[in-house]
Design a protein around this ligand. Structure first.
Ligand SMILES: *Cc1c(COP(=O)(O)O)cnc(C)c1O
Length: 423
């Protein structure tokens, strides 16, 4: 059984002040999980989690993670600017971008961020852009082929646009060293939303083995290895959640087997988890505002795919709880939809749920990562508010809902349009 982290009474209290739809976040859950992550990797002295800002760029939430020592993983100018505004800088920022414009490298360098190069051509591009190569630098690795754990195919890196081939990685290290780099790191992201404790250890084995070879053959001093993101969460009620302690222990075993004997027992590990840090600790709260009985049964919400794109984009499952009807039999089959003029605007298809009445509050689970942040303005739909449910039970609006004036703001650049949309 998947249970919401919030009660119906509390939701009604919040809704009296902040109308639906909104994303709600669970401070207690975020904190408890962050603590577990830190503990699971505490055996590695230099360990650092760089929260993937793209997963949830709300500064109130990122600051909570900052209290546990987390930094920021950025991949765009505005993510860098946001991290800077929150007070992050230097080694607290990992810049893992691809197809990177020159100005973004400049900003990353200005902040002293660790730059993770996606491609060998970026060695020259970066040098040309900055006029130098930073002393500390990282390269993204793509081993190609299929990424398997025993016989299970996890993902297809050979088909992914990211990272350098093995030969390029060695060549990039030699080039960077010749240009003055002194501290090296490697990074790889080989599978997304993995719900198995084996992913990080298997990835670690790939990265650690290549790191040993790299250091031996190029003489570059590898000081950090970045396991990136990809640790998943159980979106479906029948899935077994990842055990981060088991994951940390698994990585440790590979570290002690591969890196320590090679004299590389001083390598710091880092991660760039987004989904695992935040996913389960957010939900989309919406109200049923229409029902429709045609060839199928439809429930229409006041939220739509512009508030949560994953079901429409990936066919992703998001569990739904009808508040106050947790014990009622799931004897109605519904498509739960939003209002977009797009037939894929469905939060659930053929989902068995309790009978839904107009005005019922629905909680759509696991929207804490890649939820709000993937929003868009199609059909002129506006971005929702974000609300933080605090540990003491109080709540705080941490982002206001977009208003029509925000939607029109990019048009009002001439006096004529200012008049139409502005004042
Ligand atoms: C998206 C992304 C992440 C975070 O991925 P999760 O699946 O949310 O853990 C980390 N690093 C990079 C470079 C990414 O693109």
């Amino acid at each position: 059984m998947k249970k919401p982290f919030v009660t119906k009474d509390k939701l009604e209290e919040i809704i009296r002040e902040i109308p639906t739809p909104f994303h709600l976040y669970d401070e207690k859950g975020i904190r408890e999980n962050a603590e577990k992550v830190m503990k699971a990797f505490s055996w590695n002295p230099g360990f650092k989690e760089y929260f993937a800002v793209k997963a949830n760029p709300n500064p109130y939430l990122i600051k909570i993670l900052g209290e546990y020592g987390c930094g920021c993983d950025c991949s765009s100018l505005t993510e860098l600017m946001l991290s800077e505004a929150m007070g992050f800088g230097g080694d607290d920022i990992m810049f893992s971008s691809n197809v990177t414009p020159a100005e973004e490298y400049k900003k990353a360098a200005e902040l002293g961020a660790v730059i993770n190069l996606d491609d060998i051509t970026h060695v020259d591009f970066l040098e040309k852009t900055l006029g130098y190569i930073p002393k500390k630098i990282s390269c993204r690795y793509n081993p190609g082929g299929l990424f398997k754990i025993t016989t299970d195919i996890m993902d297809n890196p050979g088909d992914a646009k990211y990272g350098m081939t093995t030969e390029q990685l060695f060549e990039a290290f030699r080039m960077l060293k010749a240009k003055g780099a002194e501290e090296f790191g490697i990074h790889a992201f080989l599978a997304s939303n993995t719900v198995t404790n084996e992913y990080y250890p298997a990835l670690a084995k790939v990265l650690f083995e290549v790191a040993v070879k790299l250091q031996k053959e190029t003489g570059c001093h590898i000081t950090f290895i970045n396991l990136s993101g990809g640790v998943g969460i159980p979106y479906r009620p029948d899935q077994e959640p990842n055990d981060i302690q088991a994951i940390g222990d698994g990585v440790r075993r590979v570290y002690e087997k591969v890196l320590v004997p090679a004299g590389m027992g001083d390598v710091s590990l880092c991660t760039e988890m987004g989904r695992f840090m935040m996913g389960p600790y957010g939900c989309l709260v919406a109200k049923a505002i229409h029902e429709k009985h045609i060839y199928k049964e439809y429930i229409g919400l006041d939220a739509c795919a512009a508030n949560l794109m994953r079901p429409a984009m990936y066919g992703a499952y998001h569990h739904i709880t009808v508040m106050g009807k947790e014990e009622a039999p799931c004897d109605h089959k519904y498509d739960v939809t939003g209002s977009l003029c797009e037939n894929n605007d469905k939060f659930a298809i053929d989902r068995m749920l309790p009978k839904i009445d107009m005005g019922d509050i629905l909680v759509i689970h696991d929207t804490g990562a890649h939820g709000f942040s993937m929003g868009y303005n199609y059909n002129g739909r506006l971005w929702s508010a974000e609300v933080l449910l605090k540990e003491d039970g109080s709540f705080q609006k941490i982002r206001r809902a977009e208003e029509p004036k925000d939607y029109f703001a990019t048009l009002d650049f001439t006096p004529e349009y200012k008049k139409m949309f502005g004042e």
